[in-house]
Ligand binder design. Structure first.
Ligand code: SAH
Length: 402
């Protein structure tokens, strides 16, 4: 088994290069993981409707069993069918023969000086993914991964370097929220979920939607749809599909104000132009008082001029929008730089005085490589620098087998 975050095999960065509509590398792998070697089904990748169908067609049980199972899995976090004490033993045995309850194996937990925590999880096939927990102003936001790696290949983002290894299963997405929540002290609750970790969530819509349903259901993880945000590079057709399935908040990583500038840093622009993306935003069904968040990574000398600020206001005219400026988090092997504070302030000031709702995202978790655009490489760095075993010992986790 491979212990690297890259996992067993490489898969090419295909989606950003134009094959998004063909079955992607990674989908087949996920389909295989939805059943285990003995053909049992991953029960935690089903949304409630699918679970009901399974209970009826495969388990041949009464419909109320679905609700019981659902609550055991997602409210009580049951790790085995044996814990489900209100099910008779023969039924529990039948469940164990037909289905399994996957969990993420905690690989490492890192804590930043600023209180941000990063959770590294090992998946059943050896890949490692990351979730980031960010305490901020009374909120507790969990940043969740949707894929191992990413196919979008944005030039400024480290996750892109890994390429797409595979999509995550719905259970692997929702388990990040369940398992982090269960590690928190009594009375502390994750308040917000953002699909802004590793991966492009809309590239994995098939598993994202059941995962979000688990997050939103009252009898499951019970998050308000107002507190759940899906962030995308702008996979235009999938934006409408998401909106048709679920009422969550949308964030769009815009990052540029001209086609040329965006193509240079976000290859997906070759497939869906900036203009098409903005048109999809205009068409996006928005409840009153809601806004689309436009994320804008500020890169020194590339997209941080006042001309950019002016163009940005023009592009967003007519869209219920708020802008979230993200000063670039520098990565050692990139020539890109974060603008000086005065430049960031001037950019924000321009937007504010044009009446644009604008915030600057505080950099969090820089010391543990948990900041935006830094996920995926920390574990390898830790191995390279020889401190992974120490960190695992401190966290009370077993050290790597040699
Ligand atoms: N694929 C989705 C989800 C990832 S969210 C998306 O792109 O929206 C990650 C956010 O961090 C995106 O807005 C991205 O533009 C931003 N980002 C990526 N690398 C960054 C970096 N090095 N510094 C600051 N922000 C970065």
């Amino acid at each position: 088994m491979s212990a690297t975050p890259q996992g067993p095999e490489a898969v090419s960065n295909d989606a950003a290069r134009g094959s998004l509509d063909t079955p992607v590398a990674g989908s087949g792998k996920v389909a295989r993981l939805l059943r285990d070697a003995s053909g049992r089904i991953d029960l935690k990748s089903l949304d409630f409707q699918a679970l009901q169908n399974w209970v009826r067609d495969e388990l041949h049980e009464k419909p109320f069993r679905a609700r019981q199972l659902w609550k055991w899995m997602w409210q009580k976090g049951a790790r085995s069918f044996d814990e489900m004490t209100d099910l008779a033993r023969p039924l529990r045995e039948r469940l164990s023969a037909l289905a399994f309850l996957p969990f993420l194996h905690p690989d490492l937990i890192l804590k930043s000086d600023d209180g941000t925590m990063k959770f590294l999880w090992r998946l059943e096939d050896g890949f490692v993914i990351e979730s980031v927990l960010i305490p901020d102003d009374g909120r507790l936001t969990l940043c969740v991964s949707s894929q191992v790696g990413c196919a979008m290949a944005c030039t400024f983002c480290l996750t892109g370097d890994i390429g797409l290894r595979r999509h995550l299963k719905a259970s692997e997405i929702a388990n990040q929220a369940l398992q982090v929540q269960r590690q928190l002290p009594e009375g502390t609750r994750i308040t917000n979920l953002v699909m802004m970790g590793m991966g492009e969530p809309l590239h994995n819509l098939g598993q994202l939607i059941p995962a979000l349903r688990i997050c939103l259901d009252d009898d499951a993880l019970n998050f308000s749809h107002r507190k759940v945000t899906v962030s995308t590079v702008g996979l235009v057709p999938r934006m409408a599909e998401l909106a048709a399935a679920l009422p969550v908040n949308l964030a769009v990583s815009l990052n540029a104000t001209t086609e040329e500038q965006r193509r240079a840093i976000m290859p997906i622009t070759r497939k869906y132009s900036l203009e098409e993306l903005l048109e999809a935003c205009r068409q996006f069904p928005m409840p009153r008082h809601k806004r689309i968040t436009f994320e804008y990574v500020l890169l020194a000398g590339h997209n941080d001029s006042l001309d950019d600020a002016e163009r940005l206001c023009g592009l967003l005219r007519g869209i219920p929008a708020k802008v979230n400026l993200i000063p670039y988090n520098e990565n050692p092997d990139r020539p890109l730089r974060r603008p000086a504070d005065a430049v960031i302030k001037a950019f924000q000031h321009y937007l504010l005085q044009k009446g644009m709702n604008t915030s600057v995202r505080a950099t969090r978790g820089l010391d543990i490589s948990a900041a935006c655009g830094q996920l995926g490489k920390a574990r390898q760095q830790a191995i390279d620098q020889g401190w992974l075993d120490d960190a695992r010992r401190i966290a009370g986790l077993p050290t790597e087998p040699r």
